[in-house]
Ligand binder design. Sequence first.
Ligand SMILES: C[S@@+](CC[C@H](N)C(=O)[O-])C[C@H]1O[C@@H](n2cnc3c(N)ncnc32)[C@H](O)[C@@H]1O
Length: 186
Amino acid sequence: MMFPLRGLRGKVVGEASGKVLEIGVGTGMNFSRYGDIEILHGVEPDPFMLKRAQQRAREVDLTIELVDAGAEDLPWPDNYFDTVVATWVLCTIPEPARALEEMCRVTKPGGRLLYVEHTRSRGPSAQRMQDRLNPLWNRIAGGCNLNRNSVDLIRDSGYEELQVKACGSEDWTLLPVYRGTAIKPA
Ligand SMILES: C[S@@+](CC[C@H](N)C(=O)[O-])C[C@H]1O[C@@H](n2cnc3c(N)ncnc32)[C@H](O)[C@@H]1O
């Protein structure tokens, strides 16, 4: 991701604990940033990304199990994970509401979602620009949607106690970034 946002990975991922699921691991850029967790499971449907992630998984001192799967259909039982991690991924998942339903299903009651995501802009002119750019952006950025409101999607999911922190400027930006947590109700 963008250079000024690089430090965010460690801040988000470093809070994970216990049994962890990372959604859409990409090339595994988060792996070296986890702290003392029990195990990391990850899903990634893109074969090229998955291959690179598997290489990265071998380079870190962490038990990592990677699965070729999409977040809309997670191969784990209910209430399995202490933490679910999503970094810049809800923008790309074809069915994000269904993915969040699945993510919440596999989270233990009281378990946490940790996220950092870019979202729809706040101002109407920036929103119009996002809508105009999105078809091209989507093609060149691997299916990413510039104008998707990922934070609202989390707010409308089964997770509760949503915390949202703006990362950098919220105005006049086509790529406002937010990070935070949400909790599966007990
Ligand atoms: C912008 S990349 C972010 C990768 C990684 N999370 C990171 O922070 O570097 C978006 C990722 O979402 C993955 N993705 C696409 N569809 C998905 C789905 N249905 N379920 C899970 N991940 C998906 C893509 O393959 C890609 O790796």
